[in-house]
Structure formats: C-alpha cells, structure tokens
Design a protein around this ligand. Structure first.
Ligand code: AMP
Length: 494
C-alpha cells in the first residue's frame, strides 16, 4: 500500500495532480452535487454571480510532457469550469486573469473590487477552504478605501501591476460609478464601528449563503466567518482531495460543526483501514497511536468506528493511503456518512503522550474562549513538540488581534495545558517527564509570512491549510523570530 510520501516518487509531484480529465470531471461532478443541493434550498437566481475567492497556482510540464499542478489549478483552468458556469447560469465575478495571476495579494484586491462592482448580483460567497474568505475580508478591512476610490473613478490601484490583470479588470470597471462608491463607503464607515460584524450581508445584500470547507483544520476560522456573515447561513463544503473527491455534504442546512459527508462510490475505489486505540492483542503493529486492522471495502464499514481512507483512483493511484482519519456516523441510502476527524500524522508527542490535530483544536478552543472574553481574537495558531531539551514540552504559537493583559495570556496558557485529556500527557505532566506547556505570542503578520512561504514553494492559496503542528525548521525559524512574548503554564505546579 502506498502513502502520500511514497506516491511522491511514483507520480512525480506530491499532492500535485497530473492532468487527467477524469479527475476534472469528478471534481466537477462533486461541485455539481453541492451546487444543486444549495441552489435548491437557497433558491439561487439564474444569471447571478458568485464572489468566489479563487487562486490557482502555476502549472508546469515535466520532462515527459505531463502538465503538473494542484487539483484546483487544473480545475479552474479547465473547460469544465467554464461549462459549469454556463450550465448553472451562475458566473464568477472575476475573470480568468485574476484567478491565475500568481500573486495572491493582487488577486484578492481584484476579487473584492469586482465582487463589490457586481454587489447586487452576488448570490453567494465561496472559496475552497474557509481560510481564503477570512483572509480576504481581513485584507478588505485595510484596503476598502482604495477599492472604493477605484469604483468611484473607474480606475485600478497602482498596487495592481500585472498587465494582463490590469487590462482584464479595467475592461469591466472602467466606467466610473460614484453612486455605488458612495453607498459602499457609508456602509464601510458603519461596519468599521461594529468591528466589521455582518460585513457580508451588508455589502452583498442579495447573498443567500457562504459556501466553503469549514470542517477539520478550517474549523478554527468559523468564529471569524460567523462574525463576517452575521445571520447568513454558513454551508460547509464537500470532502475531497487532490488525489480524489470523496464525499458530499448532503445536508447543506446542517451547522458546519455537525456536517458529515456521504461517500460517492463512483469517485474512486474506496477501502478503509480500521483504526483502534486499544492495546495490541493479536500481534498487529501499532502505527502512530492506532492499532490498524485489515482494510475493508465501503460496504463493510461499521457505524461508530474510525478508519483511514485508502484510494484506488481512475488517475492511476493504487491503494493510496490518504492519511485522513474519519469516523462512520451513519449511512445515506447504502453509502457511509463520514465525519472528518483529523490528519493522521499530525500528532503532538513527546514520550508516551499522543494528541491529534483534533485534540489540539479542542484545547486551543478552550484557551481562546478566555481571549474572546477579554475582547481579543485568535487569528491563527500552530504547535510544536520541543524535544531537544529534557524534559520535552509542547509549544503553542498564537497570533492574536487586540490588546490583552499578560495575566490573561498566562491564564490561557494554563487552561490549555490543563485541557489536554490524553492520559499519557496528564501522567507525564504530573511526573514532570513533560515540561510546562509554553505559549508563544507571535507578532502580527507571522501566519501571513508562513502562508507566503508555502506559496513561494509552489502551494496554491486556494488549497492552503495552516499546519496545526510542525517540526519544519523553516517554519519554526519564522515562528521563533517572530515570537514577542512567552508564557509557561503553571497548571501542574509552579
Ligand atoms: P488538498 O488535496 O491539498 O487540497 O487537501 C486535501 C486534504 O484537505 C484532505 O486530505 C483533508 O485532510 C483536507 N480536507 C478536504 N476536504 C475537507 C473537509 N471537507 N473537511 C476537512 N478536511 C478536509
């Protein structure tokens, strides 16, 4: 069986996709399922627009002549993407030049500008992952005056330097629209007073919902997304990967925290490796924190059990381990419905302790509740298990917005340390074989630097996910250089 790292060698590029039209069709099919569900429930107007924050990265050719790029990059460059817009009669606000500009700051500015230009036609707001919507509106808080000037005068800010993007955008907005600019300015002045609460319905009055993947590592952005969306419904997107689309959210009205995904059996051939946390009884090997059973087909999974997904795809991957842990929560007709639990390898561990991405998410949520009470906001976070010095300990890096007293941050640190319930961690903390949890506060913009580092190394913003646990030396260097305050937990004694 192959995992993501072995497939790296087999298919030339890791988590990048080689151009196979069947995959494009499958993504397209997946998008159609979700679009159809949402359109039915929220009655989308034909001929309307979608403000979609799309960023495709560069495609390149291998020596053998195969086009390589991320899944979304292929999809947005494909004929199917255009066909989908025509058939659903819903059009993206931004032209192709903006989507594929290769400069995320310029693309974001233009997405927002064009979204506002077409504001009363926008039927919904979307992105692949929720992170992109949140980061776009954060940047809007800073760039709205320039955007309004451009709408008023029919011009384009000098920040947009790519000639093809300038031409494509100016072709659309070159007629000055002072009355629209005036309306947007007065709304933004009001919104600024309210810390931008309800920005989306206020600026896009006909938007019916916000659509994006909001589960897994995206759950952290839900609070901010809800803040921007006010009372608009948040529809959590489907479950898929570059390697294969997997399942669809068949209940778009379900709150993102409760969403599960019905596997579409025709997307790939699916197998599931049973994962048990119990002690090893029959000589099978424990990998990470789980005891693995033999893979079972789709029809043999059991409700309440956790599995790792294995794919055999039309594009040539054979028994490929996706590395995602899912739980079967029911069936939709005869196909299983999955809850996404976590990425399997993302684990904080020093010795006998094991905490997954999901455990960390819960702990950080508890700590950030204290932050919210102090009227501050957790912008983003990641973690690292420091094992160089003895005893090892966990470090959690936080970027926050707002002024917070040190005693509050000390409390957050203590609360997070005390909230890890993994038995190995608790025992190790009590015996001091794991040292006090360290909370590092990083300066504003640190996570942007991390994202830019990924993009500079070929990742597409549309598919970017902040790693929730890292031992990557480049990232750790950025994080440590940007740390401005450190706190050590006193949860298990001074
Ligand atoms: P990529 O192929 O880089 O776009 O990433 C695919 C990975 O993103 C999957 O293997 C999951 O770990 C994660 N992912 C995709 N869709 C979802 C979802 N709906 N909920 C949670 N995680 C997801």
């Amino acid at each position: 069986m192959a995992d993501r790292s072995t497939c790296l060698l087999l298919v030339i590029a890791p988590r990048l996709l080689f151009k196979f039209s069947s995959l494009q069709q499958l993504i397209d099919q997946g998008e159609f399922y979700s679009f159809a569900g949402c359109a039915r429930i929220y009655s989308i107007k034909e001929g309307g627009r979608i403000l979609e924050f799309i960023y495709s990265s560069k495609q390149f050719k291998t020596k053998g002549g195969i086009t390589v790029g991320t899944a979304t990059t292929h999809y947005y460059a494909s004929e199917e993407f255009k066909i989908k817009q025509r058939e659903t009669k819903s059009y993206i606000c931004s032209p192709e030049e903006v989507i594929s500009s290769g400069d995320y700051k310029q693309s974001t500015y233009c997405h927002l500008l064009l979204g506002l230009y077409f504001n009363d036609q926008v039927e919904f707001i979307a992105s692949t992952f929720a992170f992109s919507i949140v980061q776009s509106f954060r940047s809007f808080e800073e760039s709205w005056k320039d955007i309004c000037n451009d709408i008023r005068d029919g011009t384009l800010s000098s920040k947009i330097t790519i000639p093809s993007v300038r031409k494509a955008v100016l072709d659309i907005i070159s007629v000055p629209n002072p009355s629209l600019a005036k309306r947007v300015i007065s709304k933004c002045v009001e919104l600024e007073e309210m810390d931008w609460f309800g920005l989306i319905p206020k600026l896009w009055p006909n938007a019916k919902y916000v659509y994006s993947i909001m589960t897994g590592s995206m759950q952290h952005y839900l609070t901010k997304l809800r803040h921007y969306a006010g009372d608009l419904p948040l529809v959590s997107g489907d479950y898929g990967s570059t390697e294969s689309w997997i399942g669809v959210n068949v209940d778009p009205c379900c709150p993102p925290e409760k969403v599960s995904f019905a596997v579409v059996p025709t997307f790939s051939y699916f197998e599931f490796i049973p994962l048990n946390r119990s002690e090893n009884e029959d000589g099978k090997s424990a990998i990470d924190d789980f005891i693995e059973g033999d893979p079972v087909p789709l029809s043999n999974v059991k409700i309440g059990k956790q599995y790792e997904i294995v794919l055999t795809t039309f594009t040539g991957l054979y028994r490929y381990r996706l590395g995602d842990v899912v739980e079967v929560v029911g069936f939709h007709r005869n196909t299983p419905k999955l809850n996404f639990i976590c990425r399997r390898k993302l684990i904080l561990t020093v010795n006998i302790d094991k905490n997954t991405e999901n455990d960390l998410q819960l702990v950080v949520e508890k700590g950030s509740k204290i932050l919210r009470k102090a009227r501050a906001e957790l912008v983003d976070f990641t973690s690292h298990a420091e094992v160089v010095k003895n005893p090892g300990h966990y470090i959690i890096y936080w970027e926050i917005k707002g002024e917070v007293e040190e005693r509050i941050l000390e409390e957050c640190c203590r609360e997070m340390d005390a909230s890890f319930v993994d038995h190995g961690y608790v025992v190790s903390r009590r015996s001091n074989s794991i040292g006090p949890l360290e909370l590092c506060i990083v300066e504003k913009g640190t996570f942007k630097k991390i994202m830019e580092n990924f993009i500079a190394n070929g990742a597409a913003l549309s598919q970017f996910k902040t790693p929730r646990c890292t031992s990557n030396q480049v990232l750790l260097r950025i994080l440590n250089l940007c740390t401005i305050k450190r706190f050590h937990s006193t949860a298990y004694g001074p």
